[in-house]
Ligand binder design. Structure first.
Ligand SMILES: CC(C)(COP(=O)(O)OP(=O)(O)OC[C@H]1O[C@@H](n2cnc3c(N)ncnc32)[C@H](O)[C@@H]1OP(=O)(O)O)[C@@H](O)C(=O)NCCC(=O)NCCS
Length: 174
């Protein structure tokens, strides 16, 4: 089916949160799992908007937390689509944290997530192409293409490996 290409601007999204006590770890910093949840939530909004329908998280690339996010900080997350294949979308999320006393945002982490668009039967579904209007769009797409190829290789390996686990062999030692 022919679908019009879409600009990344049609699906970009932003999310802000203030870090509250239920979001923190024992050091009063933002709990990593909570941040991953927020990142996944934002990125799925971008994916749904591009696909004009539901999509599932396929993978999240390596995540490095480069500066701590503290209780009371304002967390700003910006998400955009970089790359598409027939049924997948790569979403980039950049995360900044801001101490409201200083108002100065600091970079906290970046994430690349892959979503697979699905139909009513939960089968992968074609997504619109991506309009590449600027040099930056083309650079992001080319870099996304390299990451996508690496993920496909990794997925192939994982699927091969997972055949070993069809029968659960985890036995109690007691
Ligand atoms: C993702 C899912 C729909 C793919 O279904 P499938 O029938 O195995 O799909 P296919 O092997 O035909 O792959 C379809 C496309 O998705 C990509 N893909 C499949 N699984 C992927 C994964 N885990 N990560 C990234 N890409 C993936 C394939 O490379 C292929 O890309 P293409 O359009 O460029 O060819 C299915 O594996 C699934 O439902 N997984 C669970 C997702 C989920 O529950 N996520 C929530 C978090 S746990």
């Amino acid at each position: 089916m022919f679908m019009d290409k879409k600009s990344w601007k049609e699906s970009k999204a932003e999310l802000q949160r203030i870090v509250l006590p239920p979001d923190t770890n024992v050091l009063n910093g933002l709990y990593g799992g909570r941040l991953v949840e927020w990142i996944d939530n934002l990125a799925s909004i971008v994916a749904f908007k591009h696909a004009l329908g539901p999509a599932v998280t396929g993978s999240i690339d390596d995540l490095y937390f480069v500066s701590p996010i503290n209780l009371g900080d304002i967390v700003l997350m910006q998400g955009r689509i970089n790359h598409v294949t027939r049924t997948t979308m790569e979403i980039e999320v950049n995360v900044f944290a801001e101490d409201f006393h200083s108002g100065i945002p600091r970079f906290a982490t970046e994430a690349y997530l892959t979503y697979v668009a699905i139909d009513a039967n939960r089968k992968p579904k074609e997504v619109p192409g991506l309009l590449l209007e600027t040099e930056d769009d083309r650079r992001r797409f080319a870099e996304g293409e390299k990451r996508s190829n690496l993920r496909k290789e990794r997925l192939k390996g994982i699927r091969e490996e997972s055949k070993k686990f069809i029968q659960c062999e985890w036995e109690s030692t007691s």
